[in-house]
Design a protein around this ligand. Structure first.
Ligand SMILES: [Zn+2]
Ligand SMILES: [Zn+2]
Length: 337
């Protein structure tokens, strides 16, 4: 029912690809990150909250059809529906059913509730396709509440000591989570253009996040007592100078690795990820009840072996074009804005 082709994950019966890497006729897009939402497809099908993000990143003139969560369409006998993946706003697992057989393509997902995106729902299926970005036991993330409490304390301490706070996270997903949880009483919240662009797009879909876009005017007066939210591309850039004196933090699952903070040359690391850690992956795999687990994107071989040995399931390693880390969930065009 599902094939892994060079273009991406393919359902021949419905003639649709999921998150294809090369231009195809019909593409189902799990979410707006650039390793999933690629340019050049004839038709896009995505969750309604991904629509404006896709238009921002791929062009206003693309042809997009949207679904709500749990809404089903049928293409040539294949029932296709989207279900919350909890990864970023609008992110969806794709469920495909044909003649009683069910596949779920999870895209990127996480089980922890980030308070912004619709929380992950496990979907019963025969075959489950999962990523494995953090598919090792060393990745054991804290729930978000305590991390955001730490972040607000860090920002408050910086403010008390006369420093601005610069918080680095992807412009789509992480930035909105941060904005949702930042205490606005600590100081003025300022946004890098890439973050402000995403927020503007989301506003069209009825979602509103705090923060003021940084424009040329913004730095006319000295910037003090502020929290600046910016993407990875801002690290080490001259753009940061106008916020001096500042302290800078990176938000990423990779901050769980020893030495990661120093490698980025930043003052603070928050282990904040929109992907599953090891225990979340295991939870999802078990909850789907699937007998076949296809492991992509990350520690495929190791995690597939774990699933076979620990749970006695059929687990297969799938090679993907973007075998890299979630730091690549960056759109080079919009991130530079
Ligand atoms: Zn993603
Ligand atoms: Zn991804």
């Amino acid at each position: 029912m599902i094939e892994f082709r060079k273009e991406g994950i393919y359902c021949p019966q419905a003639d649709v690809y999921i998150d294809p890497w090369y231009p195809v006729k019909q593409a189902i897009i799990t979410h707006g990150h650039s390793d999933h939402a690629r340019w050049g497809h004839h038709n896009y099908l995505c969750h309604m909250l991904s629509k404006e993000i896709l238009k921002l990143r791929l062009g206003k003139d693309i042809t997009i059809q949207t679904l709500e969560y749990n809404e089903t369409i049928t293409i040539n006998g294949v029932k296709i529906s989207m279900h919350p993946a909890g990864h970023i706003i609008g992110s969806a697992q794709v469920r495909l059913e044909y003649k009683g057989e069910v596949w779920v393509v999870s895209g990127d997902y996480k089980v922890f509730d980030d308070g912004v995106s619709m929380p992950f729902e496990p979907i019963k299926c025969n075959s489950f396709i999962t990523e494995s970005t953090f598919g090792l036991p060393i990745y054991n993330f804290e729930p978000f509440e305590s991390i955001y409490a730490d972040m607000n304390t860090w920002c408050q301490n910086n403010a008390n000591e006369g420093f601005n706070s610069v918080i680095i996270g992807y412009s789509l997903g992480k930035a909105q989570n941060i904005l949702q949880h930042l205490n606005p009483e600590i100081g003025k919240v300022l946004l890098h253009g890439a973050v402000a662009n995403i927020n503007d797009a989301l506003r069209i879909s009825g979602l509103d996040f705090q923060g003021e876009r940084i424009i040329a005017e913004t730095s006319k007066n000295k910037i003090t007592n502020s929290i600046i939210v910016a993407p990875m591309s801002a690290i080490g850039s001259p753009w940061l100078r106008k916020f001096k004196p500042y302290r800078i933090a990176v938000c990423s699952g990779w901050m769980a690795l020893r030495g990661a903070r120093r490698r980025y040359g930043v003052d603070k690391g928050f282990v904040l990820s929109d992907h599953c850690d090891f225990k979340q992956l295991n939870y999802a795999v078990k909850e789907t009840g699937a007998e076949n687990i296809y492991v992509t994107h990350g520690y495929q071989a190791i995690y597939a072996k774990w699933v076979r040995e620990m749970y006695g399931l059929n687990a297969f390693e799938v090679k993907t074009l973007f075998d890299s880390n979630p730091l690549d969930d960056i759109d080079p065009v919009t991130e530079e804005a």
